[in-house]
Design a protein around this ligand. Structure first.
Ligand code: MEV
Length: 280
């Protein structure tokens, strides 16, 4: 018998709408992207490779949790039970992040576009969104790794949620935009992608999860005709992780990022969830 080779991979994710609000039972939309983390074993050699930036809102920790759970499941049972993998990964995420909604591990497990809602700890509902339109070409700009962890950002929002009654109406506004986003994806509403992203970002700014430097960058992108939003937990003091960016003219955006010395890459959405690449 030859040496067994096992390779499993899980995607990174971005949140299109509803981050933070999703922790309090409001809906959110997330999608798997074309960057992956792979765990492999070949004979005695074991390793992890990934092209998902760490700690930047792109689901690096969820991808690691999901891929690890999948890897153990393939080694032990020779199969992937997505429900089990998702709940094992959720437990790992809880250890790391304290009070996650579970959206990251769920979208990384199942892939595609996901409508997600945590009704209560014991019941989380989610549904695959079969999108009915071609999305514009989207880009990611990495503003850098935030000073705060996801856990710290979630606990910051929890603090203002408890202290300021106005936070609830802000979260309701986020829910309204998330619903519009859903209708846009399903072609039930003809809102503009640019407006959805811009409105989303404004609400995240009001929530206080966008740092001053990121805010200035977003304004510049808007001034040259684009739109951008923080995706994921964000960051207050320094960088805010990944920015999801839309611009109708690619060349304009690229010459802007070049002039500002910013790293930019295009991103594909709706990609596959966790999968076995090889088991032989
Ligand atoms: C992080 O990707 C999304 C947050 O809403 C936290 C969570 O849902 O666990 C900020």
């Amino acid at each position: 018998m030859g040496k067994r080779v096992v390779r499993v991979s899980a995607p990174g994710k971005i949140i299109l709408s509803g981050e933070h609000a999703v922790v309090y039972g409001y809906p959110a939309i997330a999608t798997a992207i074309d960057r992956r983390l792979t765990i492999f074993k070949s004979g005695n050699q074991k390793g992890i490779v990934s092209d998902i930036p760490i700690g930047s809102g792109m689901g690096s920790s969820a991808a690691l949790a999901v891929a690890s759970a999948a890897y153990s499941s393939v080694l032990k049972e020779n199969s992937l039970d997505l429900g089990k993998i998702n709940s094992t990964a959720y437990k790992m995420e809880k250890k790391r992040h304290g009070n996650p909604s579970g959206i990251d591990n769920t979208v990384v497990t199942y892939g595609g576009f996901l409508w997600y809602r945590k009704e209560t700890e014991g019941l989380k509902t989610f549904s695959d969104i079969k999108i009915k339109r071609k999305l514009p070409r989207l880009f990611l700009i990495d503003t850098g790794r935030p000073k705060e962890t996801t856990k710290e950002m979630v606990s910051y929002v929890s603090g203002i949620y408890k202290a300021k009654s106005s936070t609830r109406s802000l979260l309701l506004d986020i829910e309204r935009v998330t619903k519009s986003f859903l209708k846009f994806l399903l072609r039930e509403e003809n809102s503009s992608f640019r407006e959805l992203i811009t409105e989303n970002e404004k609400l995240l700014e009001r929530l206080g999860v966008v740092s001053d430097s990121t805010l200035r960058l977003v304004k510049k992108i808007e001034r040259i005709g684009g739109a951008a939003k923080v995706s994921g937990a964000g960051g207050k003091k320094g960088a805010s992780g990944i920015l999801l960016v839309y611009h109708p003219e690619r060349s304009k955006l690229l010459s802007f990022t070049k002039s500002q010395n910013l790293g930019i890459f295009s991103v594909e959405l709706g990609k596959e969830g966790v999968k076995v690449e090889r088991n032989s």
